[in-house]
Design a protein around this ligand. Structure first.
Ligand code: C2E
Ligand code: MG
Ligand code: MG
Length: 748
């Protein structure tokens, strides 16, 4: 019961120890695995050497015991030799006894000899008895028997009679036993010698067999030890290599992964734990590669067309710029922008727009060389980086021109979009570079400038970057920046240009915006109005003009000389299209409580290109409140007569360009006549602008034009000067009543 308990607690302790050391003793983990295994190997070798040493010392002990065995085997030899020696001694004693003088004259000598003989005899008997116990050979046994009978004979016939004679002092009886002892000794001597030889040979043979056996064992043990150590070393080296080699490979792969290299080949040979680790590592590497590819795709490629995106393009541009510093070759950036892509998106929907972009990306991809990069910047903008062009600029330009032509031709091939045949076109801007003489930003900007130029020169074409154009654009950009703060800085001012009737009576004025900038000086509206339109600034700007104009109308209401004047305010298409436009006008009128009937909004023909229903709705809403509309610059733009008919217009303004040559150019006169006739038919009023000479006024009067505006009458003037002009140059037709009757005023 107690033993059982002890066994259980011992097993429990072992289990606990095993659990504690499951991950290996912490001491081991301080050493590298290779070193650890080498240490273990060394320990195993030490144990083997200790075992071998123990074996060898055991062998030495066995050699010692062999010698003892030999000694043992030599005992009978010595006993026989002693028997022979004692018999010889007896013979010599008897020889002495024969000499009567020696015994007789020496008292006690006879007894001493007798004692000696008896003692020898006893010794011989004892030796013989001991010897007889070790007989195992037949020949030896036969020899021993013969010697035993001769010894008995020797004792009976020689020794005993001699002892008796000596003790009884019968000296003359000694001669016979003495000669008998001599004879019997001589006869027994060969037997005893033969026995000695036999025993000696047997002992010798056993000993040399033992020695031989010992040496064989010794050699075998040493050989086995050397072999065991060699095998152990080899196995150890193989074991260490089989563990450390794959582990090193695993470490190498991890290091590569750490450095972002994910394509290190992993060789898996076995099924052990390290192979399992390697398999897991292989799977991890595969997953990381897939993730990296996905991330790459997300970061560097456009998800719609799968073309490189802006980021990747920037990297390629960076490399191209660096490469251009090392050679003389030209490189180029082509910025390709689809013409009217917005229309496709607006009319056919974004899905169809996307489909078109994918189709175009595919076409472009097929058209560029492998060394070139084609990227999508977003929207309908594509960039092609052409990497290898001739060092001569003319050749490079020729090559690029041909390439751009080819791209344009490619885009014009029909494609099916939403069951309709569609032909795309694009405008391409090209910026050439070499010798790393620019920046990425500058390159893209130049291509953009060139593309802008291509768009302006009729689209579906390409342009190389022109520095003069860029200067103009930059000026435009700085104008745009400056314009932002113009209202708050008080840099804007309204000028008024008078409008008169046939009797030169002032019927109203057109409000014209003036901008005086501390750095740029006086900037013409022909310059800053397009900039404001493009940037969207026209909306707040236009609102400010409206408010100022309404305030002015309100002020004029209280003066008899000005209360009948109408004010024409220019409204740009973008301002008109803005969802807040109605509110803007209504607020301006409401805040100033100006009479809407004195407000004329000048629109341009481009208005009809936009959402015509919205245009009509807005115009009608304001018209109902009394506001009137004039169509500015009539005859220069695109006018659909159908649309014209539907718009609640009040007046057509004949553009100054027709007025300019009306005297000399019959065709211009004809146009003016047509416009006047058409206005008449549509029930609209007409005013001619840009009237500079009296001849022009006469010609216009002759054609039936009732109202005039131009330098002939007055330039646009600041308020004070305008009012001064009114007071000195023209009389204003008075309004018949508070509720203005514009027709009467305009009729003059
Ligand atoms: P517009 O509305 O056709 O204005 C008439 C332009 O002709 C004015 O140029 C005026 O100074 C000029 N002009 C008047 N009489 C004569 C003449 O006898 N001979 C010549 N050669 N020119 C004459 P301005 O003031 O430079 O304005 C240019 C354009 O800028 C305007 O053309 C109008 O479209 C736009 N604009 C001016 N002010 C505003 C504004 O407040 N809002 C908007 N949206 N556009 C404005
Ligand atoms: Mg105008
Ligand atoms: Mg005009």
């Amino acid at each position: 019961m107690r033993a059982h308990h002890a066994r259980r607690s011992c097993l429990g302790w072992l289990r606990r120890l095993a659990r504690r050391w499951q991950g290996g003793h912490p001491l081991f983990s301080r050493l590298r695995i290779g070193t650890r295994l080498a240490w273990m190997m060394a320990l195993a070798m030490l144990v083997a050497v200790l075992l071998a040493a123990a074996g060898i010392s055991g062998l030495a002990a066995s050699q010692d015991s062999l010698r003892l065995v030999y000694e043992d085997r030599m005992k009978p030899v010595r006993a026989l030799a002693q028997i022979s020696h004692l018999m010889l001694s007896n013979r010599l004693q008897l020889q002495i006894a024969l000499d009567e003088g020696a015994i007789v004259h020496r008292p006690g000598a006879a007894d001493a000899v007798a004692e000696e003989l008896a003692h020898n005899m006893e010794a011989i008997n004892a030796l013989w008895a001991a010897y007889q116990g070790n007989l195992d050979d037949a020949q030896e046994r036969a020899l021993a028997q013969r010697f035993a009978s001769r010894r008995d004979q020797y004792v009976q016939e020689a020794v005993l009679p001699a002892i008796t004679a000596l003790r009884t002092r019968a000296y003359h009886d000694i001669g016979r036993p003495a000669s008998r002892a001599h004879a019997l000794y001589e006869r027994a001597q060969p037997d005893i010698q033969a026995l000695i030889n036999l025993q000696f040979d047997a002992a010798q043979a056993a000993y040399s067999a033992g020695v031989q056996r010992y040496q064989q064992t010794y050699r075998g043990a040493v050989g086995a030890l050397v072999l065991a150590m060699a095998v152990l070393t080899l196995l150890g080296v193989l074991l260490i290599r089989s563990i450390v080699g794959p582990l090193r490979h695993v470490i190498k792969v991890f290091r590569h992964i750490e450095n972002g290299k994910l394509d290190t080949p992993i060789r898996i040979r076995g099924k052990d734990e390290i192979s399992a680790v390697m398999r897991a590592l292989q799977a991890l590497q595969r997953k990381l590669r897939a993730n990296e590819k996905a991330i790459d795709q997300l970061v560097y490629y456009d998800p719609l067309t799968h073309l490189p995106n802006r980021r990747l393009l920037r990297e390629r541009l960076h490399s191209a710029l660096e490469a251009s510093g090392r050679d003389h070759r030209h490189r180029a950036v082509l910025l390709l922008d689809l013409d009217n892509f917005k229309t496709v998106n607006d009319t056919l929907g974004h899905e169809v727009g996307d489909q078109l972009l994918v189709d175009i990306a595919q076409r472009l991809r097929g058209a560029v060389r492998a060394s070139d990069t084609i990227a999508r910047l977003g929207g309908d903008e594509f960039v092609i980086l052409v990497d290898d062009l001739p060092p001569q600029q003319t050749c490079a330009k020729e090559e690029l021109g041909a390439m751009a032509q080819q791209l344009l031709a490619l885009l014009q091939k029909p494609s099916r979009l939403a069951n309709q045949v569609h032909r795309s076109s694009a405008s391409i801007g090209i910026s050439l570079f070499r010798h790393n003489n620019t920046t990425i930003k500058e390159l893209l900007k130049r291509a953009d400038v060139a593309m802008y130029q291509a768009k302006n020169t009729g689209r579906n074409g390409f342009c190389f970057f022109d520095p003069a154009l860029q200067a103009r654009l930059e000026h435009r950009m700085s104008l745009q920046d400056a314009l932002h703060g113009a209202i708050d800085a008080g840099q804007l001012q309204l000028h008024f240009q008078v409008q008169v009737n046939a009797q030169r009576q002032a019927t109203g004025a057109e409000v014209l915006l003036r901008w005086t900038h501390p750095h740029f000086g006086s900037v013409s509206p022909a310059q800053f109005i397009p900039v404001a339109e493009e940037s969207g600034l026209i909306v707040p700007l236009g609102e400010w003009v409206l408010q100022q104009a309404c305030m002015q109308l309100k002020r004029w209401e209280s003066h008899a000389s000005t209360q009948a004047l109408v004010l024409a305010v220019n409204v740009s298409a973008r301002q008109f299209a803005h969802p807040n436009f109605l509110v803007q006008v209504q607020n301006a009128l409401a805040h100033t409580t100006a009479n809407p009937a004195r407000l004329v909004l000048e629109l341009t023909e481009s208005l009809m290109l936009h959402d015509i229903a919205d245009t009509i709705h807005k115009m009608q809403t304001l018209r109902r409140q009394g506001v009137r509309f004039a169509l500015d610059d009539f005859g220069t733009g695109y006018s659909s007569l159908t649309h014209l008919k539907r718009l609640p217009l009040h007046q057509l303004k004949i553009d100054g360009s027709f007025v300019q040559d009306i005297v000399t150019e019959p065709s211009d006169a004809a146009i003016v006549q047509t416009i006047i006739g058409m206005a008449d038919n549509l029930g609209l009023d007409v005013i001619a602008e840009g009237v500079e000479t009296e001849d022009q006024r006469q010609a216009l009067l002759h054609l039936g034009c009732p109202l005039f505006q131009g330098y002939l009458l007055s330039r646009p003037l600041p308020l004070a000067q305008f009012e001064h002009w009114l007071a000195h140059h023209a009389s204003v037709p008075t309004a018949p009543s508070n509720a203005p009757q514009p027709a009467a005023a305009w009729a003059g």
